[in-house]
Design a protein around this ligand. Structure first.
Ligand SMILES: CC(C)(COP(=O)(O)OP(=O)(O)OC[C@H]1O[C@@H](n2cnc3c(N)ncnc32)[C@H](O)[C@@H]1OP(=O)(O)O)[C@@H](O)C(=O)NCCC(=O)NCCS
Length: 169
């Protein structure tokens, strides 16, 4: 049984441990801290997955900019981490689905992710070029992906700009 809920302050240490173990480095745990300390943090979109009351997964969505004719806000999905001993059991899947549902309720327009196409296309993510959305870094087209939500409109196009929290990690 997987329980998904919002993070609370006492969870921060375990969330950092799960990120460090999943990625094999501390950058993503630091990124989570930086985002929490910034104006881009969305408390209801920092979710933990628990198995038997122990946190084994975490996902964070935060605001990033889309700069085109106008500057709009999008959700960036990063990071997503599942404890190595609990991977491939549907926990990452459950965290993404829960986050996307909350994003829909909040009437967000788009979620951006940089990740494995094999994993993310099943949730409706597609290469950002399909939506005329450009990555800020030179990465292969298929790894920089966009998921339009119900509030998506065609005016959401341009270049993605990550806020300072992302530059420092
Ligand atoms: C990627 C990750 C979040 C997936 O979480 P999970 O709970 O293992 O995923 P689920 O059990 O819900 O889904 C399993 C699917 O994820 C895919 N997957 C898991 N890890 C993967 C990886 N490193 N590369 C590519 N695909 C991966 C599997 O192929 C599997 O798909 P399949 O069933 O078609 O084989 C997790 O493996 C993880 O924390 N990895 C290390 C950190 C990381 O890379 N995070 C960033 C993701 S962009």
């Amino acid at each position: 049984m997987i329980n998904i809920r919002c993070e609370t302050l006492p969870d921060y240490t375990v969330i950092a441990e799960v990120n460090t173990l999943a990625f094999g480095q501390e950058n993503e745990a630091k990124l989570v801290d930086e985002i929490r300390g910034s104006d881009r943090y969305i408390p209801e979109l920092s979710l933990v997955a628990e198995v038997e009351n122990v946190i084994v997964g975490h996902i964070l969505f935060s605001y990033i900019d889309l700069v085109g004719e106008e500057t709009l806000q999008l959700l960036g999905l990063a990071p997503l981490a599942v404890h190595p001993q609990f991977q491939r059991q549907g926990i990452g899947n459950a965290l993404i689905k829960a986050g996307l549902e909350i994003a829909e309720v909040k009437k967000e327009a788009i979620v951006i992710v940089l990740g494995h196409p094999h994993f993310y296309t099943r949730f409706g993510f597609q290469s950002s070029v399909v939506y005329e959305i450009e990555s800020p870094f030179p990465v292969p087209e298929d790894v920089f992906m966009v998921k339009p939500l119900q509030s998506y409109q065609k005016r959401y196009k341009g270049k993605v700009v990550y806020p300072p929290a992302f530059h420092e990690v």
